[in-house]
Design a protein around this ligand. Structure first.
Ligand code: NOJ
Length: 568
């Protein structure tokens, strides 16, 4: 079967099942909840769902600790429910992308339970083992990034007197991609999912699967005595692309499938992206990077424009970008990049950020709840947090002598739980997420922000209706998908201005957005609008049409987050 590259036209919706919709009252979302909400997703217009891991798992990292790569978590409804979902989604034209966690498993995975038993166990080389140093300590001094256990990236096993390696929790041992047996097992497991009908994979931290040849001590240790930076040592180790290429050739690139791959890749920039995305090398179809979306980093508008322009310039080499400003690992995009200080600004900034995401080249991803402008959730009690990073950072800060408030309040903005609190469906108990006790607290702003309310608002005030319109524009205007990209005003601190020009249909779309919380004067009318004075407003964050005076000369003041797409 020839590849159709369907993902270029797709709009992906990311579902964090645990927090999406609970139908059996146990406080965690489930597959039946997704089935119930398929009409909602269809109405929104998306045509692909990416599920974060829904395999059996002890949930140390909410599913990124996989205990059985062949199954579906019973708490979510198990395999029969999944098959039903797959067929119902497909019947609606919605594709399903599974998360593949190939860097580590859970320590409760059969593979690891076997591997730890003895040095000659058939599964032993599925994992990475190291001998103690002479003093009995870990093979090297790296920290695990969740700061759990004793804080080290190595955990000792009595059975064989060796340590196993884990960049994340000690409950998440890392897989050894030097093992031929592991590779064969993983490939056959992935082919099993493709044969079942899934449409592709999101590949967790895939550019970390190759480890350095030796594990050396690093300088500068944290308060637990271990050196952070182990993850970096394992990122983009030369030759990792050959492993991904091998996975690709044995799974999603096989001719009987028309499947897609999206890597999660830290440390990738538009300068080095061809290593991962050059179509001739047959590595990944696309990836998401952390140049813009990064939990702890702030980014200036100039940098945002520079980075987007860098990625757009790769499209002529066949690179296909992903566009998103949030996911399950990030603060809510409105709270981070927009403005949630008033209702008016929340709505207008949510709409403006959506407009930019959808008009930039590439495939957009919506993270659940962003389509109604959900915002961050801050808890005062550390016990209400579930995110391993937040809990680990807090403990470390407390150990370093900070008070509770000093330790917690500055790190709340970066907590991954901001995005993981339950979806806000309506104004009933627990925002309509569950009849039971939710596994993590619901944001108490739900009487003001919820899907039912948002959808009942006039079009000019609804975030959902705005996303819906952007999605339909993707179908109606070829320039949105195929258009060339030209950036204007790269050094302006308020405005993002660019065109998308489709050479085949000659369609030109002009985007003008005040991406800031200040009213600002557009310094100049971009040239395409000057030379062709006819323009039609396709969409705007205010609901108004763009007015431009006849000679294009008078200054035009934009409201905060006022933005337009014009067809010129
Ligand atoms: C990236 C995932 O998105 C994140 O949620 C997870 O904690 C780590 N990888 C480890 O699997």
């Amino acid at each position: 079967m020839a590849r159709t590259y369907w993902w270029k036209e797709a709009v992906i919706y990311e579902i964090y099942m645990k927090s999406f919709k609970d139908t059996d009252g146990d406080g965690i979302g489930d597959i039946r909840g997704v089935i119930e909400k398929l009409p909602y997703l269809k109405e929104l217009g998306i045509n692909c769902i990416w599920f974060t891991p829904i395999y059996p798992s002890p949930q140390v990292d909410n599913g990124y600790d996989v205990a059985d790569y062949y199954g579906i978590n019973e708490a979510y409804g198990g395999m029969d429910a999944f098959k039903e979902l797959l067929s119902k989604a497909h019947a609606l034209g919605i594709r399903i992308v599974m998360d593949m966690v190939l860097n580590h498993s859970s320590d409760e995975c059969l593979w690891f339970k076997e591997a730890r038993k003895s040095k000659d166990n058939p599964y032993r080389d599925y994992y990475i083992w190291g001998d103690p140093k002479e003093d009995g300590s870990e093979p090297c001094n790296w920290a695990n990034c969740f700061n759990d256990g004793n804080g080290s990236a190595w955990t000792y096993t009595e059975e064989t007197g060796q340590y196993y390696f884990h960049n994340y929790s000690y409950k998440m041992p890392e897989l050894n991609w030097k093992s031929e047996k592991l590779r064969e097992e993983v490939y056959s497991m992935m082919r099993g999912w493709l044969a079942l009908g899934v449409d592709g994979f999101r590949l967790d931290v895939i550019n970390r699967i190759k480890k350095p040849d030796a594990f050396h001590d690093l300088e500068s240790v944290n308060s637990l005595g271990y050196a952070e930076g182990g993850k970096k040592q394992c990122s983009n180790v030369p030759g990792f692309e050959d492993i991904i290429h091998d996975i690709a050739e044995n799974t999603w690139l096989l001719p009987q499938y028309d499947a897609f791959s999206m890597g999660e890749c830290g440390g990738v920039t538009s300068e080095n992206a061809l290593r991962y995305l050059d179509p001739e090398k047959r590595v990944l179809d696309t990836l998401y990077h952390f140049e813009i979306v990064s939990r702890k980093k702030e980014i200036s508008l100039r940098d945002y424009k520079r980075i987007e322009a860098g990625w757009a310039s790769l499209m002529e080499k066949g690179v296909w970008p992903i566009q998103h400003l949030g996911n399950h690992d990030q603060p809510r995009l409105v709270s981070k990049f927009g403005d949630d200080s008033t209702e008016e600004l929340r709505i207008r900034s949510a709409r403006c950020l959506a407009l930019l995401t959808y008009m930039m080249p590439g495939t957009p991803i919506i993270y659940q709840g962003d389509e109604i402008g959900m915002v961050n959730t801050y808890f005062d009690n550390i016990k209400d947090y579930n995110d391993r990073y937040t809990v680990g950072d807090y403990m470390e800060r407390r150990k370093a002598g900070m008070t509770h408030a000093e330790a917690l309040f500055p790190i709340r903005m970066a907590s991954r739980d901001n995005a993981r609190t339950p979806m806000l469906w309506d104004s009933s108990k627990n925002a309509g997420f569950t009849e039971g006790t939710p596994w993590i607290k619901v944001n108490n702003n739900y009487p003001r922000i919820n899907a039912e309310l948002d959808r009942s608002k006039p079009e000019a005030e609804s975030v959902f209706r705005f996303y819906q319109k952007l999605i339909s524009m993707r179908k109606e205007h070829p320039a949105v998908i195929n258009g060339d990209f030209t950036m204007y005003l790269p050094d302006d601190d308020h405005f993002v201005v660019f065109t998308r020009h489709d050479p085949q249909s000659h369609e030109i779309l002009l985007v003008i957005a005040n991406a800031s919380s200040e009213a600002a004067v557009l310094p100049e009318i971009p040239e395409p609008a000057v030379s062709q004075k006819n323009h039609e407003t396709l969409i705007s964050t205010t609901g108004n049409d763009f007015e431009i005076d006849k000679d294009c000369s008078s200054p035009r003041t934009f409201l905060p987050w006022e933005a337009y797409v014009l067809k010129i």
